[in-house]
Design a binder for this molecule. Structure first.
Ligand code: 5GP
Ligand code: MG
Length: 189
């Protein structure tokens, strides 16, 4: 595919991602199996980046769950977060008293996540967990706190590169690549 030519190197291929997503889903299934009798956990995807990860993850979670999306915008068309994410599309499902699993593509500075957690907390979620495909801890500027008995699930620790594919975009392109790779610097310089 023409898009492949813009990639400098692949960090995680389809098989590695699929294997890790299965592990995360089994862990979530195990951790939430005793909560579903009261109410089904709500899996909240952060649009657009988390859509592929969320689709793969929920099909491997063996529990009744509900699914919804929020949209937070911070990036525009650059590669650096501007530090002030805005919730531009809110939940449809009422999460009052529910266990929420927030599904993110990546935690970078932490701005988006801390803003989203505060937002979901204000809607009365009884716990907020985070499941992110990637984490770039070296880039953290803002710490986030989980809510209630919330847990943190992470697919892979990501080195400090700008990645694309498997939901990750650059200027809205590359999301449909089946792997996570590093974009050639000349593509955004
Ligand atoms: P934060 O608010 O933590 O700085 O940034 C979170 C958002 O920035 C992520 O949800 C993602 O959309 C975007 N982001 C951070 N790092 C990368 C990256 O390497 N590639 C892409 N495509 N987006 C990124
Ligand atoms: Mg995002």
């Amino acid at each position: 595919m023409a898009l492949d030519n813009d990639i400098e190197r692949i960090l995680w291929n389809e098989e590695e991602i699929s294997q890790r997503v299965s592990e995360l889903a089994s862990q979530i299934t195990q951790d939430f199996s005793d909560t579903v009798s009261s109410s089904a956990p709500v899996v909240v995807g952060v649009a657009t980046g988390a859509f592929i990860f969320l689709a793969d993850l929920v099909r491997k979670i063996k529990l009744p769950i509900t699914v919804d999306f929020v949209r937070a915008e911070s990036y525009g068309f650059g590669t650096e977060s501007n530090g002030a994410p805005r919730i531009s599309c809110d939940l449809k499902i009422d999460i009052q008293g529910k266990h929420v699993i927030l599904v993110e593509d990546i935690v970078d500075t932490g701005n988006t996540l801390s803003c989203l957690i505060a937002h979901l907390k204000s809607k009365g979620a009884s716990s907020i967990s985070v499941c992110t495909l990637l984490d770039k801890p070296s880039r953290r500027k803002v710490n986030f706190e989980l809510v209630g008995k919330g847990k943190f699930y992470c697919g892979f620790e990501c080195p400090d590169y700008f990645v694309v594919g498997y939901g990750f975009d650059f200027a809205e392109v590359y999301r449909n690549l089946p792997y996570v790779g590093v974009l050639k610097p000349e593509m955004y310089e």
